[in-house]
Design a protein around this ligand. Structure first.
Ligand code: PMV
Length: 347
């Protein structure tokens, strides 16, 4: 039987990631205006299964049956059909099959955690394995070529998803200081950092479970009119070099200073866009002040970063876990919506 006539099934789990140097601003077909780096997480992930069956009748359109957490979901399904349509130049074989995709997250959908990085990377990995199987290629899960291709396809769905296919950490966006870096796909970066960062903890403090006030698509678009945009892209590229030096040397003070500055820059960009957005909530600020006070009082190297929303990612070395988690329960948990938090870690 030729591979074209075969049915098949693949399954991938892929995690979310948290950027340390932020990607905010894009152009063309999801190309980043500056290079970024993120930690790959563990607990917040998406599981996706893709089944395919040869079509009975030729049809030049995507045929998809999609379920999210066991239920049909029209909104997600049409988003995925749009995405699959948009990559037909890359994967024309998709119209030859009836596709069945089922997906689910390890975290509640309405938890204020962006799921596009984990969901798009899990889907991209499934699509790339399908592509390899149809081409009759031997398939290895850690094949660098497969991961690069998956990172490229994930990027077309959601820019930051390009970074989720690599363990520990990934850099995305071309930068002269990082060999092999590219706008098309991310590259692994765990080997560029001291071991202390390979087991870093990220407690995600859910200040609000509400949907994001502004979608990242709209947020990126606002950068086009932002008066600070060019300076920002330059700053991010400089911060990346300084951060990677600090991470290579295990310099936690420098790490903390750069990571917090990056988070605040992202929010400052939203505050200076037209229209402007205040993405922090009062409890976001209260948590940030508590983090800084705790660090000053104990010298414990905890710091925060933020996504384009109100939730706080609290970052700290694994060896501080006991002390930090006691403090979280005592002082931070009550500032989270219904005390909700996710104890994640680099993975
Ligand atoms: O991948 P997008 O288009 O959802 O953009 C994500 C942007 C940030 O999460 C705010 C920053 C980043 O680099 O992940």
């Amino acid at each position: 039987m030729t591979s074209k006539q075969q049915s098949g099934s693949v399954q991938w789990q892929s995690p979310s990631n948290i950027a340390l140097v932020k990607y905010w601003g894009k152009y063309g077909r999801q190309y980043p205006r500056n290079a970024s780096i993120s930690f790959t997480l563990s607990k917040a992930h998406t599981n996706t299964t893709l089944n395919w069956y040869p079509k009975q009748e030729a049809q030049a359109a995507i045929c998809l049956n999609f379920t999210f957490e066991g239920q049909e979901n029209e909104a997600f399904a049409s988003k995925i059909v749009r995405f699959l349509d948009s990559i037909l130049d890359e994967m024309p074989f998709l119209v030859d099959y009836d596709l069945q995709i089922s997906s689910g997250n390890s975290f509640p959908h309405s938890s204020g955690i962006a799921s596009s990085a984990s969901s798009m990377s899990a889907l991209a990995l499934c699509l790339c394995e399908m592509e390899a199987l149809l081409a009759g290629k031997a398939f290895q899960k850690n094949d660098p070529q497969l991961l690069q291709r998956a990172s490229h396809i994930a990027r077309l769905g959601s820019g930051s998803a390009a970074r989720s296919v690599f363990p520990i950490a990934a850099i995305w966006g071309v930068h002269e200081a990082f060999e092999g870096s590219a706008n098309d796909y991310a590259i692994p970066a765990g080997h560029l950092m001291a071991p202390i960062f390979h087991t870093f903890q990220d407690t995600i403090l859910i200040v609000s479970k509400a949907e994001k006030e502004v979608s990242s698509r709209a947020g990126h678009a606002l950068m086009e009119g932002n008066p600070f945009a060019d300076l920002r892209y330059q700053q991010a590229n400089e911060n990346l070099v300084a951060l990677m030096k600090a991470m290579k040397e295990g310099d936690l003070d420098q790490f903390i200073s750069l990571v917090e500055a990056e988070a605040l820059s992202l929010h400052a960009l939203m505050m200076t866009s037209t229209p402007s957005y205040l993405l922090m909530r009062p409890n976001t600020l209260a948590i940030i002040e508590k983090i800084r006070a705790f660090r000053a009082a104990t010298a414990c190297p905890v710091c925060f970063t933020l996504d384009a929303g109100p939730n706080v990612h609290l970052l700290y070395p694994e060896k501080e876990k006991e002390q930090v988690q006691k403090w979280i329960v005592a002082e931070l948990k009550d500032l989270c919506e219904e005390g909700y938090l996710i104890e994640d870690f680099v993975g």
